[in-house]
Design a protein around this ligand. Structure first.
Ligand code: ZN
Length: 171
């Protein structure tokens, strides 16, 4: 089963690589678990998921502010976020699916200024946003087989869902 690791373990593994902007690198094809790359928007599984299955959506071109973002790119990101949330609801049956544009004003080990959306399947429990959007309670990790399995499953789901987001409703 995917297992919880501590914030310190996650930061230690991140310390191995220090790209200028890791979202640029991931969105340019460096993501190990890509799901889609359409209209200047990349979609991939988070390698450091707060909850297993977390998806990241980002413009492929470096962009830090909404005032810089092409509205068409934002529409593509929004459509991808809706699709991602529906896929996660279908696959993981979370209690809630959170979508958030977070990031940090400067490059940090766990975040960066490159605009991106996080789509998180939040399991049942008394979660508050401040408990979800933090690494202090740990992150999930899996075996290579579990990562491959999750990725293949999400890839299959992504490709099977059409433009009208025809994923069967969870309920
Ligand atoms: Zn960037």
């Amino acid at each position: 089963m995917p297992h919880l690791i501590t914030r310190e373990q996650a930061l230690a593994s991140l310390a191995r690589a220090e790209p200028a902007c890791f979202i640029c690198e991931l969105a340019a094809g460096g993501a190990p678990y890509p799901l889609a790359d359409e209209n200047g928007v990349a979609v991939f599984l988070s390698q450091y998921p707060r909850f297993w299955g977390q998806i990241i959506i980002a413009p492929t071109a470096h962009c830090e502010f909404f005032t810089e973002l092409n509205p068409e790119t934002w529409l593509t990101m929004s459509a991808a976020a809706l699709k991602a949330a529906r896929l996660l609801e279908h696959r993981f049956a979370p209690a809630r699916c959170y979508i958030a544009s977070l990031g940090s004003p400067r490059l940090l080990p766990m975040s960066c200024p490159h605009l991106h959306l996080n789509v998180l399947p939040v399991p049942a429990g008394e979660w508050k946003p401040c408990d979800v959007f933090t690494w202090k309670h740990g992150l999930y990790d899996g075996t290579p087989e579990e990562w491959q399995g999750c990725w293949r499953q999400m890839q299959t789901d992504w490709e099977a869902s059409d433009e009208s987001f025809g994923i069967p409703a969870r309920r």
